[in-house]
Design a protein around this ligand. Sequence first.
Ligand code: DQA
Length: 145
Amino acid sequence: MKILVINGPNLNMLGIREPGIYGDKSYAALVDFVRQVCAGLGAEPEFFQSNHEGAIVDAIQGAYGRIDGIVINPAAYTHTSVAILDALKAVSIPAVEVHLSDVSAREPFRQISYAGMACQATFAGYGFDGYRMAVEYLVEHHGRA
Ligand code: DQA
């Protein structure tokens, strides 16, 4: 099973950006973590990080016919991007939304998730572990209607 792990803007700054909210571990450490999770589950991960909305749309479109599941943390675009929502709907690849922080307990502008409307599940507030939960969810539901 091929899984595309998409991380949106500023997640390349993990470890540096607001460590009190997002933790002190780097984006490279996140990639290592997800790689290990996937290895343990027999899944094949691919990673994509971008600070640009259109590049994320392109990555989702590029997954069509090639990728079995998407793990996506659209970061700030979560709360603004109808384009990312539409891309997820266009490819209709099973997708799971992840947030490192518990967005439900944060500012009002973080309470809407457009991408989440095209996702089968959301894991928020579990740090890196949310990505593990998302990969497990996709592996568990792979091949089911
Ligand atoms: C985030 C939450 C978003 O609200 C924020 O804009 C981010 C990261 C998270 O992982 O907690 O950049 O997606």
